[in-house]
Design a binder for this molecule. Structure first.
Ligand code: COA
Length: 335
């Protein structure tokens, strides 16, 4: 397809999400590991999370896109590209994007999965926005979907309380009005963090075997203390840097949309940006850490609750395994 000459921004023009019905509250964790409601709330901010009982990541992603389509004029055959950010694909291959394409009937789309853990939605949003800005594509679906309960060890009290299942999707379309849409990004990876947050087994390095199963290498491993420190610094610094780069003061920012891993990391990021609590999107209390789904689900819920208005400046920020981290600056374009 020819590249167009006219500059466009990519703007989010529709949103959707899917939350499974089953709720795992803190009381449930009191019954399976040595923990308590007060500890979990004070150390993480989480009260409950969701669990997908019948279905996988692609099902949740497809439900989220169907919800988006139900609430917009988008027809499945109009979709050009589907990008699924996930670290819990249904299987290594085919990609979740192919499974979602089939489930929603997007017969003219191509697509792929993107693996950047908790920064997955930001990396996918940046990728999708560049596909739009190139002029080659007009309708790009970006989905964050993770079934974290599939890779959580429910005997490990350090980690099992943190994660939940969720999916959320956005539609990117071009806008010629450059006052709106995605305006800037700062994204990073640093592979030296690989041993502090990872799933050790099942890949080509340590293929599934009795040893990998016996050692629980198919579950998330996290050194929470180490990751906590770098996550606070990474997310706070990059959020501050993108504001500075774009000459934004805290008054110019309507909302910080942070990855929801831990309330204390979110608070530290907001403090560094000089942003008050009311301007921070939060849903960690109801869903826990849902990896690639945290940021789009916050945006979806705040938009649907009437808390987002056209012209609002948002700073999206995330930190995750890899390490991966970054921030995106956008101006909301839906009335
Ligand atoms: N219930 C009760 N006590 C628990 C517990 C639980 N569920 N999990 C851990 N503890 C204990 C620890 O064993 C430790 O006890 P000890 O001092 O006797 O060893 C104590 O609580 C404090 O542990 P600590 O690691 O200092 O807690 P913390 O304040 O760092 O909180 C996390 C733990 C996991 C919540 C926190 O480190 C965290 O959020 N880490 C980063 C998560 C993240 O951002 N990931 C990246 C993006 S995905």
């Amino acid at each position: 397809m020819p590249l167009q000459n006219k500059k466009v921004n990519a703007a989010i023009t529709a949103v959707g999400m899917y939350a499974p019905d089953k709720i795992l509250d803190n009381k449930y964790f009191e019954s399976i590991v040595e923990t308590n409601n007060e500890w979990i709330i004070s150390r993480t901010g989480i009260k409950e999370r969701r669990m997908m009982e019948n279905g996988a990541t692609s099902d949740m992603a497809a439900f989220a896109v169907q919800d988006l389509m139900k609430n917009s004029r988008l027809k499945p055959e109009e979709i050009d590209v589907i990008i699924v950010a996930t670290v819990t694909p249904d299987m290594f291959f085919p990609a979740c994007a192919c499974l979602v394409q089939d489930k929603i009937g997007a017969k003219n789309a191509w697509g792929f999965d993107l693996s950047a853990a908790c920064s997955g939605f930001l990396f996918a949003l940046e990728t999708g926005s560049k596909l739009i800005e190139s002029g080659a594509y007009k309708k790009v679906i970006v989905v964050g979907s993770d079934k974290m309960t599939a890779i959580t060890d429910y005997t490990d009290r350090n980690n099992c309380i943190l994660f939940g299942d969720l999916a959320s999707a956005v539609l990117l379309e071009p806008t010629e009005d450059l006052n709106y849409g995605i305006k800037d990004s700062l994204l990073y990876v640093d592979g030296t963090g690989k041993d502090n947050l990872y799933m050790k087994g099942g890949g080509s390095l340590r293929p599934a075997s009795h040893e990998t199963v016996d050692n629980k290498w198919h579950y998330i491993y996290q050194d929470g203390k180490v990751v906590f420190k770098v996550a606070v610094k990474g997310m706070a610094d990059v959020s501050y840097d993108i504001m500075k780069k774009n000459n934004l003061t805290s008054d110019d920012v309507a909302y910080l949309v942070p990855h929801q891993a831990n309330m204390r990391i979110i608070d530290a990021t907001a403090e560094r940006m000089g942003i008050t609590k009311e301007k921070v999107m939060i849903n960690i209390d109801r869903y826990g850490n849902t990896t690639a789904a945290t940021i789009p689900s916050c945006i979806t819920e705040y938009y649907r609750n009437g808390k987002l208005k056209k012209g609002d400046n948002l700073i999206l920020a995330a930190f995750g395994a890899g390490y991966t981290w970054g921030a995106i600056y956008l101006t909301w374009s839906i009335d």
